[in-house]
Every structure is written in C-alpha cells, then in structure tokens.
Design a protein around this ligand. Structure first.
Ligand SMILES: Cc1cc2nc3c(=O)[nH]c(=O)nc-3n(C[C@H](O)[C@H](O)[C@H](O)COP(=O)(O)O)c2cc1C
Length: 231
C-alpha cells in the first residue's frame, strides 16, 4: 500500500469520527433546547383551545410481546397497554394480527419493555406480520415457566403472563393478563429487587406525531408533592 492510499484511509476515518461526534452533539443540543423550551412555557399565560375529540397524543409505553403460533416464535409491538386495577395488565391487539392466533392457542404471552438499544427491532416487529415474515429470530430469547411466552434477553424487564380474559372490543381483542414472573436486568435492581427507573429510560409512543419518546429524570415524589399545596 502506498503512502497516499494510507493517507486517504486515515482521512476517511477522521471524517467518519467527526460525523459521529457532530451527530451526538446535535442530538444533545436538540434535547437541551427541548427541555429548556418546555420549562420556559408559562401555561398560565396561554389559553386552552378546544381541539376536538383527540386523545392519541397521550404517550403510552412501548412493549414487545412474545408469542408462539404453531410452535414458532412471533414478536409483536404494542403501545395499547396499561393497568387494569392493581392485579392485571392489558394489551389491545387488532383481531387481524397473526399473534392473536398464538395468544388464544396458548393463553400465554410475554411482555417486554423497550429501551433505545432494541428500538429498531421493536419497531420492525411492529411493521411486518408473522403471516408474511419469519420474525422468530429478531430477538435473542429465553423461556420461563410458561409455554408460548418467549422473553427477550436484552430487555430491561420481561414478564411472562397468563391470559385470564379476552374482551371483544370492536376491531380489537383486549387480552387481560396476569403476570406470573417478572425478570429484571440485575443492573437496574437494588438488593431488594426494587427496579430503579433512574437507571434506564423506557420508551413511550405518541401516536399523533408517530414519535418515540423516552422517559426523563424524576421531578417529584408520588403522594408527597401534594403536601406542598396550600389551600
Ligand atoms: C410503536 C408501535 C405500536 C403498536 N401498537 C399496537 C397496538 O397497541 N395494538 C395493535 O393491535 N397493533 C399495534 N401495532 C401494530 C402491530 O405491532 C403490527 O401490525 C404487527 O406487525 C402485527 O404483527 P403480527 O401480524 O405478526 O401479529 C403497533 C406498532 C408499532 C410500530
């Protein structure tokens, strides 16, 4: 290899490194600007306008569910997810989805939380159907006690769940779930197995803008902030 070739390679590597640096810097600046902007808005100065019957801007957690259809693993993304009372969680899944076949077949499912490191895969399994594409190898997985509920190794938190009820709501099957076991990455739990949400940022989805959002830093303590309020 002659000297000019070596110099060209060094120059190319330097440009790539500079590009990465600039990208990181611009993301950081963008985040800081957003943070500053939301802190400086004085909501008491604005007016609340009626913008119609909208609700889809409420961000909800993104989870990837693990299922097995005909004994083959299939992954699906849900943001229609939440608590039902203090004992159950639910996912709302359109009846046409391939995953519903497996969920009903086994009456089990896994619910895996999503962080930035697996966001590309989480988005992908929400874009393509197991009817057409084999999604079984997208995530490294492990099994727990239940059959039909494969869990994601790289998820911060994975839960294996039993389906205890199916609600028929229009185009959707609402699966009411009971968590059988929760697996949390040992880097995010303390000695009492308490999950520390300061250590990672779960991803939320906001349907209106189709954007993923990650949780930020805690700003208050539940059932404590209210003490500051003076009537
Ligand atoms: C961020 C995101 C959130 C989604 N949330 C839901 C949801 O809550 N309910 C639903 O039925 N589909 C939801 N989807 C769509 C399904 O994940 C998608 O149609 C998937 O390909 C179905 O896979 P399957 O046919 O293999 O079961 C979501 C997709 C994305 C990307």
């Amino acid at each position: 290899m002659n000297v000019s070739k070596v110099l060209n390679i060094i120059l190319a590597l330097a440009l790539v490194a500079l590009g990465v640096q600039l990208n990181i810097k611009s993301n950081n600046t963008e985040n800081k600007q957003l943070e500053k902007q939301s802190q400086t808005i004085d909501f008491s100065k604005g007016e609340l306008k009626n913008i119609g019957k909208k609700f889809s801007f409420i961000p909800t957690p993104v989870v990837v569910a693990g299922t097995k259809v005909d004994n083959k693993i299939n992954w699906i993304t849900f943001s229609n997810v939440g608590y039902m009372g203090m004992k159950n969680i639910f996912v709302g899944s359109q009846k046409r989805h391939y995953s519903n076949i497996g969920i009903k077949e086994n009456m089990t499912i896994s619910i895996n939380m999503v962080t930035e490191s697996i966001l590309d895969k989480a988005d992908y399994v929400g874009m393509v159907s197991g009817k057409e594409v084999d999604k079984s190898k997208v995530f490294d997985h492990f099994s727990g006690d239940l059959i039909g509920a494969p869990m994601i190794k790289n998820a911060p938190i994975a839960m294996e769940c039993k389906v205890v009820k199916i609600l028929d709501v229009g185009n959707y099957d609402y699966f009411v779930l009971e968590v059988v076991n929760t697996y949390a990455n040992d880097q995010i739990i303390d000695s009492k197995s308490k999950i520390d949400f300061n250590k990672f940022s779960p991803i939320f989805f906001e349907m209106n803008s189709m954007k993923y959002i990650k949780t930020g830093k805690p700003v208050g303590a539940g059932f404590q902030e209210g003490r500051k309020y003076k009537k």
